[in-house]
Write a protein of this length. Structure first.
Length: 192
């Protein structure tokens, strides 16, 4: 009996060290060497300050910036997640209609203008950092007017930031909103 208990204790200690210490350390070293930026959260640094992560959406509400997808969790990482509202939900319909009205008003669109779905519906996480190229192109005129720059220069910038599907076939083309907005600040025009 003592022999069995001793073996059990040794096995517990061994596998705790292997799976709880050694394996995480090896994976951390590999990640830091092979994927340094991704392993540290894909942080974007400007003038020595972290301004955000390329992987997490931020709320932009002024006309001088491109707007991200709506967020059910208020763009906060802790309560992130979907609203869990189903297709027959009156609350979902109300949210979508309010989002459509806000987009149409801000971008001076006609009442029946089509709007890309990603500007109307929240993502599953509520933190999706990307919008579709169509959603970005829809906002070009508003952003250009608010910054006092030409729509052509803002449109060219949008096209520069269109990312293809991952590995050429996974997902859809997309635009990272934070990176695009930071490039807008470098482009010039009114920022305040």
């Amino acid at each position: 009996m003592i022999k069995l208990i001793t073996q059990s204790i040794r096995q517990t200690i061994l596998w705790t060290v292997v799976t709880g210490i050694a394996y995480p350390l090896v994976i951390t070293v590999i990640a830091q060497l092979a994927f340094h930026d991704q392993a540290n959260g894909s942080l974007i640094v400007r003038d020595g300050n972290v301004v955000g992560s390329a992987l997490i959406a931020q709320q932009f509400q002024t006309d001088k910036y491109f707007w991200p997808r709506p967020s059910a969790g208020g763009y906060a990482t802790v309560p992130s997640g979907a609203s869990n509202l189903g297709p027959t939900s009156a609350a979902l319909q109300s949210n979508v209609l309010a989002n459509a009205a806000a987009i149409r008003t801000a971008n001076k669109l006609p009442a029946d203008a089509p709007i890309p779905a990603d500007l109307l519906f929240t993502s599953g996480s509520g933190l999706d950092p990307h919008i579709s190229p169509a959603a970005a192109r829809l906002q070009v005129a508003r952003v250009a007017a608010a910054r006092g720059v030409s729509a052509d220069s803002v449109g060219t910038l949008v096209e520069k930031f269109v990312e293809p599907p991952q590995w050429g076939f996974l997902g859809e083309a997309r635009v990272n909103v934070l990176r695009l907005n930071l490039a807008l600040d470098e482009l010039g025009g009114k920022k305040s």
